[in-house]
Design a protein around this ligand. Structure first.
Ligand SMILES: [Zn+2]
Length: 252
């Protein structure tokens, strides 16, 4: 079934007790955070922007690092707040039906909306922390941006002098195995996998849909564009996320 949110919802959805949610960029575009891969995405319009999140360029080119920090500072300055889509998933948790909230987003908006940090697995890391690429020392993004504001365009690690980077997974960097394992467990242990605003083209995260389906879960996909898993899904919704999600979780 493809199109609008069905009314009434099918029993397998309204009655699901363990819902694992997987979110991607599409849930945050209504909060003013650009989608990178969509038709109007940043990388689609400016292929050079991809260098900012590719480890080899970041390591090799100080100008790329300075630009990456400037982008972080700009995003901080922007008015970014959770939207109705994020809040619907908080409602799902309050109903006691959220098994886990897996996100490809690094914006921290699920926690900002009120989702419990212990339920959120950030598969691609977070922009709210900074990590040294040499010694692994972890500090806050606020501290790093304070150094940018003070005039250091490419701040070095205060412990070892190494290169600092937001604690996000860049191209060329591996995902955190523990986070990925916990995500795979949550995908294998749910009644419904709800994939929201993700194009499901990036592995291993896209494979979580297959894990869920292989373990007997129903699959719901909410995305503006077709995904490679639409044929496997029990329900595909094309409506805007911030209006579809509250109804899908029975919160509106
Ligand atoms: Zn260091």
């Amino acid at each position: 079934m493809t199109g609008a949110v069905p009314d009434p919802l099918p029993d397998w959805l309204s009655g699901a007790r363990r819902v694992t949610v997987l979110t991607g960029a599409g849930i945050s575009t209504d909060s003013g955070i650009p989608d990178y891969r969509g038709p109007n995405g940043v990388w689609t319009r400016d292929p050079d922007a991809e260098k900012l999140v590719t480890l080899s360029y970041y390591l090799a080119d100080p100008e790329i690092r300075r630009k990456a920090w400037r982008v972080r500072a700009d995003v901080r300055a922007a008015d970014v707040a959770p939207n109705a889509g994020h809040r619907a998933l908080v409602d799902l948790e309050r109903q006691g039906r959220l098994r886990a909230l897996l996100t490809q987003n690094v914006d921290g908006l699920h926690q900002a909306a009120g989702s419990s940090p212990e339920h959120v697995l950030e598969l691609h890391g977070t922009v709210h922390a900074v990590e040294c690429l040499s010694c692994g020392d972890r500090t806050s993004m606020d501290d790093a941006l304070a150094r940018i504001d003070a005039g250091d365009p490419d701040p070095a690690c205060l412990v070892c002098g190494g290169i600092l980077k937001s604690a996000t997974v860049s191209f060329g960097q591996a995902l955190d195995e523990r986070v990925l394992d916990a995500a795979a467990q949550a995908a294998a242990d749910c009644d419904v996998l709800l994939a929201v605003g993700t194009s499901l083209v990036v592995y291993p995260v896209a494979g979580l849909v297959e894990v869920a389906a292989a373990h007997g879960a129903r699959v719901v996909i909410v995305n503006a564009e077709p995904t490679p898993f639409d044929g496997l899904a029990d329900l595909v919704v094309r409506e805007p996320i911030s209006t579809a999600l509250p109804r899908l979780v029975g919160a509106g």
